[in-house]
Ligand binder design. Sequence first.
Ligand code: SF4
Ligand code: NI
Ligand code: NI
Length: 730
Amino acid sequence: KLIASAAIRGAHKLVAQAEEMVEKAIAEKGKDFVFEFPDTAYYLPMVYAITGFPVKTIGDMKVALGFAKELLHDEPEENIWRPYLGEALDSGMATLFAEEIILAIKYIYGLEPYKDPDTGYVYNGFITDTIQRNLGIQLVDGTMPGFAAIIGAAPTDDIAVNICRELQEKNILTFLSGQSKGDSVTKQLQRKGIELGWDTRIVPLGPDTEHTLYALDWAIRASLIFGGKKPGDFKEHLKYQKDRVFAFALALGPLDDIKWSTGAGAINMGFPAICDTEVPVIHPTGVCTYEEVDRELDHSKIVQKAIEVRGLKIIVEKPPIPVAYGPAFEGERIRKEDTFIEFGGQRTPAFEWVRMRELDEIEDDKVIIVGENYQERYNKGGQMPLGILIEVAGRKMQKDFESVIERKIHHNINEAQGLWHMGQRDINWIRISNAAKNEGITLEHLGRIQTAMMKHRFRSIVDKVQVTIYTDEHDVVRLREEARAAYKERDHRLGTLTDDAVDTFYSCLLCQSFAPSHVCVITPERLGLCGAYNWLDGKAAYEIDPTGGNQPVPKGELLDARYGRYTGVDEYLKKASGGAVETLNLYTIMENPMTSCGCFECIVAIIPEANGVMIVNRGFPGMTPIGMKFSTLAGTVGGGAQTPGFMGIGVNFITSKKFLSGDGGIKRIVWMPKGLKERVAEEFKKRAEEAGVPDLLDKIADETICEDSEKLLEHLSSVGHPALEMEPMI
Ligand code: SF4
Ligand code: NI
Ligand code: NI
């Protein structure tokens, strides 16, 4: 069929192009020239996942190109009937290999990420492991149901905007690449002044069809990072992609050979492509088949069609407000000059406070605004005091959930387009943009957002929500005192919640959708390794959905107090990990430590010669004293396996009293990046004092002191680091 012919032709072209580029690069740079994409531990990820071959040099690229050639079929004469997709699919894979090599070589020559010569705009280029891990949680907890690759250009700028807005409102991450008749969706959105980038979830990868490969490279790494699939086990990888990675492509505009062959590559991975021209939808349902679509596929239905074909589950709850709403708008910034009005942020007194009430004490869905001619003052813009009191009641509501609910105020407000929120409690800061004001956003909407979203997010623990908004300075200041007293009481109570004081821990199984054997055991003193869920969150989530991803784990009998081993935890883990984990020690890294999925905030790793551990956080790009960067190290820790000596953790666990308490606690820490030290400093100093080494943080090395273990040892002995005196770790 035509399609097979086109895909095969496209693959031939790209492989020939890659070959030419590789030969040229070998001649100019030598075959031993070392290359890696920015911040990845997976070499050329597509080649690595599918064949297991790690491309480290230009010479290796030539070897990888050989794999692509093996997949090439003879170019058919036009319109030869080909009954199977087999050859097209082989061509698809060959195409992806060739594209990966082409882009790698372009990186070597400084041609990637692509910079638009007219506007100076720099496309994203290769997607780093760090971004992938950052977004991991949203993919697993369903906040982000999937991702779309849009290739080409829409018929008009407005259609491009509409398609992308719809994807944003459905929380689908969108990648842009390719062009059609000299135009592209990227340019169309730019002309319309749409904010592009990770914050708004519309990410231009590059202007050519080949750049779509970056999106597929990110997809294939999901099975390496989260799925723990072995490099080279291509069947497993492709199955994982089909079952767990919810992606689709929208091809806008006429298709050429390269689009066809790239499309065939995407189909190999189980991702359907929906086109707006007269071609069949190609639908991967295990066995690939063609499926006819209505010829008149209207652009207002194209997103819906893609969602149906790929089978995405989308639940969107939108409060009754006149602007767009969803996590895609969470990251938008509102600059000073775009601000209509702001509250708090050290400019005016402000606070936000969630208080539990009895069911008969409040009225559901009620928003009360208190303040002298508040409307007039609001309509003038500028700055205004603001107190937000959210009162909630429910039969299953508990006092402990106040803080869990209060933390959501931030997301609730931020997800509104043109609304921005920062901070919490009495240091919050809110901005409303001119555009949002023009769309009709009022003070009342601030309350409406809360009543709608709190009931949605906390359904079954929150039955009633009433919001009171204070706008007079004396009211805000007076109630802020009351709120402060409540915060203080709450913090005190949190301080008494310890692992020893409770009889139940909570599990988090959310990451099992990506890392099927991984279980986070969340205790009052140890939060989930992604940093997003603590014990109270787990408890609240279980009340909300008793069959959901957070289950109670009765501690059972204490088997080992030092290492933190409990019969109940072990029993639970055996079941929940499908037998992959038999036993767990909560407080040591040396023996049966917690498993890691892929979205840990930090990695703790033993440095045997220093008799201690180092901690490196995600996003730290430099070298560490064990000779591996975060991204490389992360590749050895994830996938749901126990790896003694290595462990993924949440940042806040560092300053927990239970941090490696079985191994000697924080006195074991010998190296941390400077930024991480600063981030934990305040709490860390308290722990250090308790440990009898008040200046411990200063004794811990960082990248400004050393990046290798030899210098590290010199530093440790020169400052008299306590780890050197402790009992041997091994
Ligand atoms: Fe994943 Fe653990 Fe975070 Fe749950 S707590 S989302 S399992 S990392
Ligand atoms: Ni916003
Ligand atoms: Ni995870």
